[in-house]
Write a protein of this length. Structure first.
Length: 78
């Protein structure tokens, strides 16, 4: 359904959020190349509790800590 993938990162955002020595990732979306994009491909695939999946099911708290430091909401409300 999308034409290209759009990856958005913050590296010069003010006020700064995330680590000082790297960029932070805001998101990855399909872009239809016509000014529109799909926010979710399939609502049944939305994940309500990513923390539980990564930490408890995948048993990878280190990955979760990395994601919380670089995958930021634009206003810091993660």
């Amino acid at each position: 359904p999308g034409g290209i993938m759009l990856q958005t990162q913050f590296w010069d955002y003010y006020p700064p959020i995330g680590p000082n020595d790297t960029f932070t990732l805001h998101g990855l979306w399909p872009d239809n190349c016509d000014g529109t994009y799909e926010q979710f491909c399939d609502d049944s695939l939305n994940v309500a509790n990513v923390t539980d999946i990564i930490v408890n099911e995948f048993k990878d708290p280190e990955l979760y800590q990395t994601m919380t430091s670089i995958w930021k909401n634009f206003n810091g409300n993660d």
